[in-house]
Design a protein around this ligand. Structure first.
Ligand SMILES: Cc1cc2nc3c(=O)[nH]c(=O)nc-3n(C[C@H](O)[C@H](O)[C@H](O)COP(=O)(O)OP(=O)(O)OC[C@H]3O[C@@H](n4cnc5c(N)ncnc54)[C@H](O)[C@@H]3O)c2cc1C
Length: 222
C-alpha cells in the first residue's frame, strides 16, 4: 500500500523525529511504499497567497477558494502545492506526525493543510464527508503531548484529548473523505525514562505493522 507521512518538528533528534523515523522504517520493512513530507527540512512555506498559483484570475481581489477552483481546472497550482496534492492522491494512508502545540497543529503543518487542501481538487462541488474526494483512504494522527494523560480526560485540566483533536479529525480529515484511524498518542515523552520512550517506539512500530487491518473510529460530537 502507499503511505504518505507528513511530519513537522524543528529538531530531527526529537522524540517526534524518532517516531517519524520509526514510521518510515517499519512501513518500508512491511513492504509498503512510503513518501514523506518532512516540512521543516523542506522549509515548506505555510503562508497562503497569490504564490499558491502559477497565475491568478482576479488581479484586483485575492480570494483563495475561487483561485483554487480556477487552478484546479487550469493546472494552475504552484509547483510546491501540486507536488503535495499529488502525494495525497497517491496515498492509501496519510499519517500526520507532530507535537501538539496550543491544542492544535503547529503552524507549519496547519499552513500545509491551508495551502494543499485546495477547493476544486481536495474538496468542493458536493464532494465532502461520505462523498469526499479521499473516500476510501485512511488517515491517522500521531501526536505527542507535553502534559500527562490524566490532564487530558473529560474532567481533567485540559479536557478530553479526543475533543481537542476533533477539529482536525472532523474538520480536515473526514471533511475531505478520509476514514480516520485511532490517533497514536504519546503523553509527556520528555518526562519519561529512556526505557519508557524506547517502549513507546516499539509499541508504535508493532501497531504500524498491521495498520491497514484497522477500522475507522467514530469521531464523536462532544
Ligand atoms: C509553542 C508550544 C506549544 C505547546 N502546546 C502544547 C499544548 O497545547 N499541549 C501540550 O500538552 N503540550 C504543548 N507543548 C509541549 C509539546 O507538545 C511537547 O514538548 C512535545 O509534544 C514533546 O515532543 P518532542 O518530540 O518535542 O519531545 P522531545 O523533548 O524532543 O523528546 C523527549 C525526549 O526523547 C528523547 N528521544 C529522542 N529520540 C529518542 C529515541 N529514539 N529513543 C528514546 N528517546 C528519544 C529526546 O532526546 C528527549 O530527551 C507545546 C510546546 C510548544 C513549544
Amino acid at each position: 500500500m502507499n503511505v504518505l507521512v507528513v511530519y513537522w518538528h524543528p529538531e530531527p533528534q526529537s522524540f517526534n523525529g524518532a517516531m517519524f523515523q520509526r514510521t518510515v522504517e517499519t512501513l518500508k520493512s512491511a513492504g509498503h511504499e512510503v513518501k514523506t513530507s518532512d516540512l521543516h527540512a523542506m522549509n515548506f512555506n505555510p503562508v497562503s497567497g497569490r504564490h499558491n498559483f502559477t497565475q491568478t484570475q482576479d488581479t484586483e481581489f485575492f480570494k483563495q477558494q475561487l483561485e483554487e477552483m480556477h487552478a484546479a481546472e487550469h493546472d494552475g497550482f504552484s509547483v510546491d502545492i501540486e507536488a503535495e496534492i499529488e502525494k495525497l492522491e497517491w496515498s492509501d494512508l496519510v499519517i500526520f506526525q507532530f507535537p501538539l502545540w496550543w491544542f492544535g497543529l503547529p503552524a507549519m503543518l496547519k499552513g500545509w493543510v491551508d495551502r494543499v487542501f485546495a477547493m476544486g481538487r481536495v474538496y468542493g462541488g458536493g464532494r465532502f464527508y461520505e462523498n469526499g474526494v479521499f473516500k476510501g483512504k485512511k488517515a491517522m494522527l500521531s501526536v505527542t503531548m507535553g502534559g500527562p494523560e490524566e490532564i487530558y480526560v473529560k474532567d481533567g485540566w485540559n479536557g478530553d484529548l479526543d475533543a481537542i483533536l476533533r477539529p482536525i479529525h472532523r474538520g480536515i480529515l473526514e471533511f475531505t473523505g478520509f476514514s480516520v484511524l485511532a490517533p497514536q498518542k504519546v503523553f509527556g515523552p520528555a518526562r519519561m525514562s529512556e526505557q519508557q520512550r524506547v517502549d513507546e517506539l516499539t509499541r508504535y512500530g508493532e501497531r504500524l505493522k498491521t495498520i491497514f487491518s484497522e477500522s475507522a473510529i467514530e469521531v464523536g460530537q462532544y
